[in-house]
Design a protein around this ligand. Structure first.
Ligand code: ADP
Ligand code: TPP
Ligand code: MG
Ligand code: MG
Ligand code: MG
Length: 322
């Protein structure tokens, strides 16, 4: 897909910026919370409780996705999903999404329309619209998404509210996208379950607001790796966090892939990003909503994360530029 540029009439350059915008916006249905959709200088969306939650994340070809690993639809879905997970991690529900796409002129127009369709499809899963965007020329593809959300009258669940004695819990998958990355990186395309997890996450969006309602004291989505992201909670809250590996289930599929590739599947679970599970702290075990699993505790030791009481010797997760 990405390695054979289209020529002739149906490229981005041939259709032009405004033809492309018309193609991806005209006739797109919007939910009722979109008061004024794409086409003007800005969109107008309802902000039911008077506050707006906003987050943005960019995906870069070659860094976050490859068009020979993923379809444009999967890239679009992923770009929106990673942002919706950040909204959920605040305990909010999404209200709308705006998107920006940069690509070379010889990009087939179908790649762009499929990507935008993927974005709209992921947004539709949570009943929100893509209410605007931007499209510009660049040497490599970059997809950037901004998501807005609503707290429903609740306080935001921040990274800074954990205190010693809290239970650390997770909702969603861990290690699957990392296993998929390892498979794709070695040139394989199966097992499709882990490969698809890398291509596009399936974050537990509803678990964020549910955790907020249940009194979660802090929360984050796992984008870089469980230990790395719990590290952000620990640092913001000024606490220690201990993860108990006997509380973490390593799915049989991950065990199989680990054995086939000579990799430790527990390392994927502890440090693999991109599944966008939610990790949160709760005052007591009985506060955990359905689907949340206890995996550790907030402790009074020095600020940081330990695994079974010990420092983790390998990288805790993904960092750009290192
Ligand atoms: N260029 C920037 N300007 C202001 N804030 C930024 C910038 N880049 C990142 N941040 C903020 O730093 C925090 C951590 O970023 P990041 O690790 O990307 O979070 P996440 O994993 O949730 O996307 C977020 O609050 C983000 O908004
Ligand atoms: C081609 C390719 N190489 C490597 C990765 C692995 N990878 C890229 S970014 C990333 C971490 C998450 O991305 P980031 O931009 O840090 O998102 P954020 O933490 O801001 O949500 C990982 C594990 C990938 N998805 N695709
Ligand atoms: Mg980010
Ligand atoms: Mg996040
Ligand atoms: Mg990151």
């Amino acid at each position: 897909m990405g390695d054979s540029p289209a020529s002739g009439a149906d490229t981005v350059a041939a259709i032009g910026e405004f033809g492309l915008i018309r193609r991806v916006t005209e006739g797109t249905p919007q939910p009722s919370t979109t008061l004024l959709g794409p086409g003007d200088d800005a969109a107008v969306v309802a902000a039911p409780d008077g506050r707006v939650v906003v987050t943005t994340d960019a995906l870069v070809e070659g860094v976050h996705f490859r068009l020979d690993w993923s379809t444009p639809t999967q890239v679009g879905r992923k770009a929106v999903a990673v942002n919706l997970a950040d909204i959920a991690a605040m305990g909010a529900v999404p209200t709308s999404v705006v998107v920006a796409l940069a690509c070379p002129g010889d990009t087939p127009a179908a790649v762009v329309t499929e990507l935008l369709e993927g974005m709209a499809a992921e947004a539709r899963r949570v009943h929100v619209g893509v209410v605007g965007g931007d499209m510009v020329r660049a040497d490599n593809m970059v997809v950037s998404v901004t998501a807005l959300g609503d707290l429903g009258g609740r306080p935001p669940v921040t990274r800074s509210g954990a205190s010693p004695g809290d239970i650390v819990a997770v909702c969603g998958r861990l290690g699957w996208a990392a296993a998929g990355l390892a498979v794709l990186g070695r040139g394989f395309r199966s097992p499709v379950s882990v490969v698809n997890a890398q291509r596009c996450p399936d974050p537990p969006y509803a678990a964020g607001p549910a955790a907020a309602l249940a009194g979660a004291t802090s929360m984050i989505d796992v984008s870089d790796g469980l230990l790395a992201d719990l590290g952000h909670l620990a640092e913001s809250s000024g606490v220690g966090i201990d993860v108990q590996t006997d509380r973490l289930t390593v799915a049989e599929r991950l065990v199989d892939v680990g054995a086939a590739l000579g990799a430790d599947p527990m390392h994927w679970v502890l440090t693999g990003g991109e599944d966008h599970a939610l990790a949160a702290t709760f005052r007591s075990l009985s506060d955990l909503p359905e689907g949340w699993c206890p995996i550790g505790s907030v402790v009074t030791s020095e600020v940081g994360v330990t695994v079974d009481g010990l420092p983790y010797e390998r990288e805790a997760g993904w960092q750009h530029w290192t």
